[in-house]
Design a protein around this ligand. Structure first.
Ligand SMILES: [Zn+2]
Length: 493
């Protein structure tokens, strides 16, 4: 895998994969009715042409038409399978940004260092690296003892409801609950931190909640208005919500706490103040002042929101005409829930603030439970609703190394072998969710790890213009996957 031939082939495969436009949109209809999904047929047949050994050796099953599940049966049926995930879809490219791309988003342009284009990192690099690794293992005559499963969803960027959700259901029917040894999905890259190089495989994700708030007041002519229209009242409520945000708070289960402990021991430039606070840190109740969490939150929003529930007021609408009073105004708010907090707590928090505002303006609140369409049109009401299926913070993958054959130990060992002994492996947490949100019942050992991402490439354009995959990092990622498959084959758990 260190040969020039392998490298060139691997570059060409990723570059060609990027050239197939697999954007997904939030308003896509079901598979089979919306023709915009059809691009995925082309992607699947591209994979078939490009990886002949994989397609000749592994069994491919298509789930909900475009979900791809590959099975490489192992010789020992008593070993639980390894499952590697990636997704075929990409986020869209905004038309207005086309001119800002150094190389067009579907060019797959290759220069000395990078492969350019939408999806080159997220997630076609991980996807082709997995297939490159398996193709290579087959060509070397490798035969797995442990079954290897590959699963590629096709709407991860739209929550995986048509892809990963169906795939997870399919695997659960076939293998049962808690039947998978380990799952590795896309996730955090290696990164320089506290004076060292850290691998921070994500072992937990925050929760997710979208809340809708609608204020309804009587309409009428705007020449004789009330003191506050529905828009004014809603604005007041938004101000209240934004001034009552959650505080940084580190639950004992939050993986960031373990990461800090690890950084304090191994990070040459770990801040003294944090080390001191860490020593004195004790378990505390939610919302209790947490000096350690407050100190680390000062690093900026990226770190802050690993230890704090976020709320973002993202969409607002109301009013149609400048001489007519708005009968309704509404807003959508996105919450990402801190480890240790619950969906129910956030709902109660919004309800409390909405009730205060309702009292002030003599309105009534329809709480989340009373959310039929008939109540949504009642006048002089503030109506609360959940816009999309809420998600609690994910279960936390165990990372205490009880034996050298635990999945975390295998992952850490593989990482040091491939990226260097100096790499410090510590648990990570993410503010977003990957397709793994659908796989919680299949295993407790879930890692989200961007093995092919460039540690120094913080400006590499994921989800924005000039997305580009570093070539060296891509090849290294392939080596990692190949090693990980073989290392999992050598342990008994
Ligand atoms: Zn992704």
């Amino acid at each position: 895998m260190n040969s020039a031939l392998f490298r060139n082939r691997s570059i060409a495969r990723l570059s060609d994969a990027v050239r197939i436009d697999t954007q997904v949109f939030d308003d896509l209809g079901p598979v089979g009715t919306d023709p915009r999904w059809d691009v995925l047929y082309g992607f699947a047949s591209y994979l078939e042409r490009t990886y002949p050994l994989v397609h000749g050796t592994l069994k491919l099953e298509k789930i909900n038409t475009h979900g791809l599940v590959y099975t490489w049966s192992g010789e020992d049926p008593n070993l639980k399978p390894t499952l590697l995930l990636a997704h075929q879809d990409t986020v869209p490219v905004q038309e207005a940004t086309l001119a800002e791309w150094t190389h067009p988003p579907w060019s797959g342009f290759v220069d000395e260092e990078n492969i350019w284009g939408r999806g080159s990192i997220d997630c076609k690099s991980q996807l082709t690296a997995i297939l490159d690794a398996v193709e290579e293992l087959i060509s070397h005559g490798f035969k797995p003892r442990r079954t290897l499963l590959l699963a590629f969803g096709f709407d991860e960027e739209a929550s995986g409801v048509q892809g990963a959700r169906y795939i997870a259901r399919f695997l659960q029917e076939r293998y049962g609950e808690d039947s998978i040894a380990v799952i590795v999905d896309e996730g955090a890259p290696l990164q320089y931190k506290w004076g060292g190089l850290f691998a921070l495989p994500t072992v937990g994700e925050k929760g997710y909640l979208d809340v809708g708030v609608t204020v309804r007041t009587p309409g009428g002519h705007s020449s004789a208005p009330p003191e506050h229209t529905s828009i004014g009242i809603l604005s007041d409520l938004i101000t209240v919500i934004e001034s009552n945000v959650y505080k940084p708070w580190l639950d004992e289960k939050n993986p960031y706490l373990d990461q800090l402990r690890c950084g304090a021991v191994h990070g040459p430039r770990f801040p003294d103040k944090v080390r001191k606070l860490l020593r004195g840190h004790r378990e505390r109740r939610p919302h209790e002042t947490d000096a350690l969490a407050e100190e680390i939150a000062k690093e900026g929003p990226r770190i802050r929101y690993l230890v704090q529930t976020s709320s973002a007021v993202d969409v607002i609408s109301g009013g149609d005409k400048v001489n007519a009073l708005p009968e309704s105004a509404s807003v959508k708010i996105n919450y990402r829930i801190n480890v240790g907090e619950t969906v129910e707590e956030i709902k109660q928090h919004v309800l409390k603030l909405a009730t205060q505002t309702a009292k002030k303006y003599n309105l009534t609140v329809n709480d989340f439970s009373n959310n039929s369409s008939s109540t949504a049109i009642q006048t002089n009401f503030i109506t609360l609703g959940i816009l999309k299926e809420a998600l609690r913070p994910s279960p936390i993958t165990p990372t205490s190394i009880t034996s050298l054959s635990s999945p975390y130990a295998v992952l850490a060992g593989t990482t040091k072998a491939v990226f260097g002994e100096q790499v410090i492996v510590a648990p990570g947490i993410m503010t977003g969710n990957t397709d793994t949100r659908h796989f919680w019942d299949l295993t407790r050992d879930i890692f989200r790890f961007g093995v092919a991402m460039d540690p120094s490439g913080d400006d590499s354009g994921v989800h924005t213009v000039n997305e580009r995959q570093n070539i060296d990092a891509h090849v290294k990622g392939t080596v990692w996957i190949s090693r990980f498959i073989r290392n999992m084959d050598e342990v008994e758990e």
